[in-house]
Design a protein around this ligand. Structure first.
Ligand code: ADP
Ligand code: ADP
Length: 232
């Protein structure tokens, strides 16, 4: 279970203080998908960076199974960062590394031994349906395939939370469908908690259990999908 409590983030600029997140409360139960939607400028990227621990919140808590990640730094933070896997809009693969090498990176950084790493990479690629592309390079894959490799890499350290930051933006409908289907199966097979940050309402309709609407740095509304999204 992931809980975000009273999260604030401000930036101090030459023009003064800009308050971007003004007290975000959000909890994502195990095995469920929560979408965070909102217009441009609402604070979605900032929230995403705080959750993925790329940015430090000004105040508030990010609890993973009761442990406050926001309070950690240095070695302890690096250890706990594993609890959160992130997938990005452009999949962010390294183009000079093969698919398998990209997926292996987080394991290599952790010092996992070669044999175990190969096994784990094969499992992960199998999981996302791309085992036969292990030796291909990112440039040889479609956008949707690259994103599935990005998902395999995000899963390498067995996170509790998968954060998807506009991961289907820019994909064609067929690839979007595949990626969302994959996220849906990860939620049910592995019991992952998933946060989908997106501006695409079709994505939300497709897989979200709950929707949180971000506006002006606050959660304006939060509820089950059917309560918030009127059927077309
Ligand atoms: P969204 O992803 O929903 O479009 P952002 O989180 O990117 O929203 O931005 C929300 C607001 O925070 C914007 O007004 C933006 O200008 C401001 N902002 C974001 N990052 C910074 C920063 N590093 N310094 C100052 N203001 C920022
Ligand atoms: P293992 O015997 O490898 O520990 P598990 O029963 O933990 O297997 O999980 C079944 C499958 O799901 C394995 O392929 C495992 O690698 C994968 N898996 C389990 N949890 C996660 C997770 N959080 N992220 C990625 N893969 C996972």
């Amino acid at each position: 279970m992931i809980e975000i409590k009273d999260l604030h983030k401000h930036y101090d600029t030459a023009q003064g203080r800009i308050e971007v997140l003004k007290g975000i409360d959000l909890s994502v139960p195990e095995g469920s998908i929560t979408a965070v939607v909102g217009p441009s400028g609402a604070g979605k990227s900032t929230l995403s960076h705080c959750i993925s621990l790329l940015e430090k919140p000004s105040s508030g808590q990010i609890l993973v199974d009761g442990k406050d990640l926001g309070a950690l730094s240095g070695r302890a933070l690096r250890a706990e960062r594993r609890a959160i896997g992130t997938i990005f809009q452009n999949s962010a693969l390294l183009s000079r590394l093969s698919v398998a090498e990209n997926v292996a990176l987080p394991l290599r950084n952790l010092g996992v031994v070669h044999y175990e790493m190969q096994q784990r990479v094969a499992q992960l690629l199998d999981r996302v349906g791309l085992l036969e592309k292990a030796n291909a390079y990112p440039g040889q894959l479609s956008g949707g395939q690259r994103q599935r490799v990005g998902i395999a890499r995000a899963l390498a350290l067995r996170p509790r939370l998968l954060l998807s930051d506009e991961a289907t933006s820019g994909l064609d409908p067929e690839s979007t469908h595949q990626v969302l289907g994959l996220l849906d199966s990860l939620r049910s097979d592995l019991g992952l908690s998933i946060i989908l940050i997106t501006h695409e309402m079709d994505v939300v309709r497709h897989v979200a259990d709950e929707v949180a609407q971000l506006a002006g740095g606050r959660i304006a509304e939060h509820g089950a999908l059917h309560e918030l999204v009127a059927s077309p």
